[in-house]
Design a protein around this ligand. Sequence first.
Ligand code: HEC
Length: 126
Amino acid sequence: MTNGSCRVRTLAGLSAVLFLLVACGPSDDNEEVVSIVSGRVEEGRRLSEEACAVCHAIKGDYAVTPATGAPSFTIIADNPTYTELGLTVFLNSHHDRMPNYVLSAQDQADVIAYIHSLRPPKVEAN
Ligand code: HEC
C-alpha cells in the first residue's frame, strides 16, 4: 500500500500536476490518487460536516476556526492554489497538524465541489 512512485506532495502547485499524476497512472494499489469523477456539492457538504467541521469552519465568513487554527473553507475556497487539482493533491498528502484522510475519489470530489461552491463571486476590475 505505498504510492512512493507518485509523491504527489512534491508536485503541489505545478500546473502540470494533473498530467503527471495521470502519467503515473492508477496502479493496482493506488487506484484513487486523482479524482476523475465529478463532485456533488450536497454530498460534499454532508461529508464536510462529518469529517472536517470538527476543526474547520465549513460555512460562513470565519477566517480561522479559533479552537484549531484551521482556515475556514471560505478562505480555502478563495485560495487560487486550491483548484480541484490542488485540493486533490492536498487531500492525498501528509499533514503535520491535520489528519491524513483516506477518502475515496468520489468523496474527495464531493468535498472539493462543496468547497468550491463557497467561492465568492468574482468582481470584474475596470
Ligand atoms: C483535526 C483537525 C482537522 C480536521 C478534522 C480537518 N482539518 Fe483540514 N486542517 C487542519 C489544520 C490545523 C490545518 C492548517 C495546518 C495545515 O495545513 O496542516 C488544516 C488545513 C487544511 C487545508 C489547507 C488550508 C491552507 O490554506 O493551507 C485544507 C484544504 C483542508 N485542511 C481541508 C480539510 C478537509 C477537506 C477536511 C475534511 C475531509 C479537513 N481539512 C479536516 C485541521 C483539520
